[in-house]
Write a protein that binds this ligand. Structure first.
Ligand code: MG
Length: 491
């Protein structure tokens, strides 16, 4: 190993430990922490974050020196790349701006919730205005080529630009509109299903979710599942990955697919090469690639007819109310297609329209081509254009997502990248592995192994675009997604 890299990794250990501690504490906040403990936890987390920043900044001269070395391995290059990216943020964005951003989004939380509850944009508007201004300043400090929004995209998906996203969305919107039109006309996939209103027994549902963990061969001694208000995955270490789900009491597919989805994230975090542990390149490389893993398991495997046929007998034995529904009917319930106003409820086919809309508006807001006052109208018009539905209240429109109030501008597009990459994975995997046969017989391990070899093992060794080029000989390409959705929904 390169001597400077060895020094970097030694100095990085305490940073890893701080990340580890913050992750455990953050998980606890969402799962078991008593509500009254919010304040001390917040103080502690922000102190740890300052400490981490200080330690990372101390790495700067070493990273610079390592960056000049000519003989680095892929792994060593990855370490330098990832640390440079972090250092770049800390050196270009002044602490006063970071602090102001943090304060502003913290102050926006309650007004956003109230605005959503009362469906009153005016309550959130001054906060959003300030957040957009600060994000513009942040982007200007970071610097960018061509489009200011690129600087923000790069924080969630390294190297992602408007130049990637514009052609991608404009290429998949028209064909997906045609597929949706056909699905709605043919009516094989229903827009509503009686099972959506059926209540489930909590213990029975816990058993079903436990069965899914077994099917996915989630390791008992390095993984666990708990309950939280919003399902999520977090990784403390390669040997300690956690997911959560929630039980709403009705519409059992919601909790079931949240488990499959989060397991997809978890498998990625459990399967990177052991050699990467404790380094800056341990774990998933980006939000988009991460989401490709969760969407692959949730949609491409979990919502397939083969999966439903395989799991149907178990579901029927454990969920009494399924006695009068056959496997085909359950498959259609799990695959309802409905142009709706709410992103988180959207199905596999309509989901990307919700993202395209948010992308357009964010891009224009950050460029200064759209004012915050004009967002609700622009939102409603675009919904109408894409899905033929129009929000009557802003709570069902631009107030629905937490992201903007949290300052997460540039995050949404990674959801669509995930869908697109999941279909690229399916296309390549299908050439090498009999997916349907394996899923039908409940043998999912060969698929997990394939994902480990092709994607997981690298961790963040390669930037997302480089990973796609190496493993798929492609970029962010929507063709596989269009092909997959077309074949599934209209045949
Ligand atoms: Mg996810």
């Amino acid at each position: 190993m390169n001597g400077t890299i060895r020094q970097i990794l030694e100095k990085y250990r305490p940073v890893w430990a701080l990340n580890h501690a913050s992750a455990v504490m953050g998980w606890d906040v969402e799962t078991y922490m008593p509500e009254g403990a919010t304040r001390p936890r917040g103080v502690s987390l922000s102190q740890l974050s300052l400490l981490r920043q200080k330690l990372v900044l101390e790495l700067a001269p070493f990273v610079e020196k390592a960056g000049e070395a000519k003989d680095l391995t892929d792994m060593e290059k990855g370490i330098v790349r990832v640390l440079k990216h972090t250092l770049d943020y800390y050196t270009k964005v002044p602490p006063s701006l970071i602090e102001e951003l943090e304060r502003t989004v913290t102050e926006a939380t309650v007004p956003w919730r109230e605005a959503k509850k009362k469906s009153k944009f005016s309550i959130f508007k001054p906060h959003l205005t300030k957040i957009v201004e600060l994000k513009k300043t942040e982007a200007d400090k970071l610097g960018y080529k061509r489009h200011r929004y690129n600087a923000l995209l790069d924080q969630y998906e390294e190297g992602l630009t408007v130049g990637d996203l514009d052609p991608m969305f404009s290429r998949f919107i028209p064909p997906l509109k045609r597929v949706l039109g056909k699905v709605l006309a043919e009516r094989r996939f229903p827009s509503e299903h009686p099972l959506e209103a059926v209540k489930y027994d909590l213990d029975a549902m816990r058993r079903v979710n436990g069965h899914i963990l077994k099917l996915l061969a989630m390791p008992k001694n390095t993984f666990r599942m708990d309950v939280s208000a919003h399902p999520f995955t977090t990784s403390f270490a390669r040997e300690d990955v956690r997911i959560t789900t929630r039980y709403e009491g009705t519409n059992f597919k919601a909790t079931m697919y949240s488990v499959v989805h989060e397991c997809g994230h978890a498998i990625y975090e459990l399967q990177y090469d052991r050699a990467l542990e404790y380094t800056p390149i341990a774990g998933g490389v980006s939000m988009g690639i991460h989401e490709s893993q969760s969407r692959f398991w949730e949609n491409i495997v979990g919502r397939s007819a083969a999966f439903v046929d395989m799991i149907y007998p178990y579901l029927k034995r454990n969920l009494q109310f399924l006695s009068s529904y056959d496997a085909e009917s359950v498959y259609l319930y799990l695959n309802t297609v409905r142009p709706s106003l709410i992103r988180v409820d959207a199905d596999e086919l309509t989901y990307n329209f919700h993202i395209a809309l948010r992308y357009e508006l964010e891009k224009r807001l950050i460029a200064g081509d759209l004012s915050v006052s004009d967002v609700p109208a622009a939102w409603n018009d675009t919904m109408d254009d894409y899905l033929g539905v129009r929000p009557k209240r802003d709570a069902e429109g631009m107030l629905q997502d937490v992201h903007w109030s949290a300052g997460s501008i540039g995050y949404f597009p990674t959801y669509s990248l995930g869908n697109m990459v999941s279909a690229m994975i399916r296309r390549k995997l299908a050439r090498q592995v009999p997916i349907e046969e394996l899923v039908r017989s409940g043998k999912l391990t060969p698929i997990k192994d394939w994902l480990r070899t092709s994607v997981h093992r690298w961790g963040a060794t390669f930037a997302p675009k480089e990973l796609l080029r190496r493993e798929f000989n492609d970029g962010y390409n929507p063709d596989a997604l269009i092909e997959y959705l077309q074949a599934k929904f209209v045949g």
